[in-house]
Design a protein around this ligand. Structure first.
Ligand code: IPE
Ligand code: IPE
Ligand code: MG
Length: 242
């Protein structure tokens, strides 16, 4: 924390692709689900740390729309972990006395197990109401699915005669995304050595700074996050200008 840049050079929104749990487990001769258990602990550490250092929004990629392709036992192990986390979330979620942060969910949660859906809706708070860190969990999230979801809402408005097709703006599309009202990610971090976004924040990442590391997610530390933030602070963001 000591090495962080001044506030004006800090990212407002950080996106994190939590990758490498499976390989971490394999290296230790453990089942992949043990890698996810270890990864979930790191998620807690890093989300707490983002709150501690005053990050406005942090978005964790927890389960993609493509991750249903995994063996059913692995999907079930992941759903069980989400459930455990949300069952304990009372102590994590915002409390006026204790502080804490706001948990939000990005993605099509209508397709997750019913029990988990209930926990999601009881844990989720209104992101705009409180002045504290927002921790987004992207669960059954896909960037393309998200854009499609927004476009369908716009098409319905056009069908009802509330909006003219020629008047549709980028802001209209952004307003229908799960991140509506939040700043776009300034910095996206992907550990595990993969150099891709894998359908993460597809619309919002147009001008994000990307930061990659070979560290596997269960080995990721607050020092790694500091390093990513320090590197980010040195980047020259031009947004197409000079
Ligand atoms: C990320 O770790 C967790 C999820 C995608 C849910 P992986 O499970 O993808 O780990 P690797 O990439 O196989 O090592
Ligand atoms: C991206 O990781 C999704 C999450 C971290 C939740 P994957 O492991 O699914 O991505 P690919 O398959 O390597 O692109
Ligand atoms: Mg992976």
């Amino acid at each position: 924390m000591s090495n962080l840049p001044p506030k004006e050079f800090m990212p407002k929104h950080i996106g994190i692709i939590m990758d490498g749990n499976g390989r971490w487990a394999k290296e230790r001769g453990l089942p992949r689900s043990d890698g996810h258990v270890a990864g979930a602990k790191v998620f807690r550490t890093i989300s707490d740390y983002c709150h501690e250092i005053g990050i406005e929004v942090v978005t964790f990629y927890a389960f993609s729309t493509e991750n249903w392709k995994r063996p059913p036992a692995e999907v079930a192990a992941l759903m069980k972990l989400f459930k455990e986390y949300l069952t304990e979330a009372d102590e994590i979620k915002y409390d006026r006395q204790k502080g804490g942060y706001i948990l939000r969910f990005l993605g099509d949660t209508s397709a997750i197990p019913k029990e988990l859906q209930k926990l999601v809706s009881s844990t989720q708070l209104d992101a705009t109401a409180l002045d504290t860190t927002i921790v987004n969990i992207a669960l059954n999230y896909g960037g393309r699915q998200e854009i499609l979801h927004s476009v369908k809402q716009i098409a319905e408005k056009v069908e009802r005669g509330e909006l003219k097709a020629s008047k549709i703006t980028e802001d209209d599309i952004a307003a229908g995304l799960y991140t509506a009202g939040m700043p776009e990610p300034d910095l996206i971090i992907r550990p595990s050595g993969e150099l891709r976004l894998s359908n993460f924040l597809t619309w919002q990442s147009a001008y994000s700074e990307l930061w990659f590391s070979d560290v596997l997610w269960p080995d990721f530390t607050t020092d790694d996050l500091d390093k990513a933030i320090m590197d980010y602070a040195k980047r020259n963001r031009r947004f197409g200008g000079v």
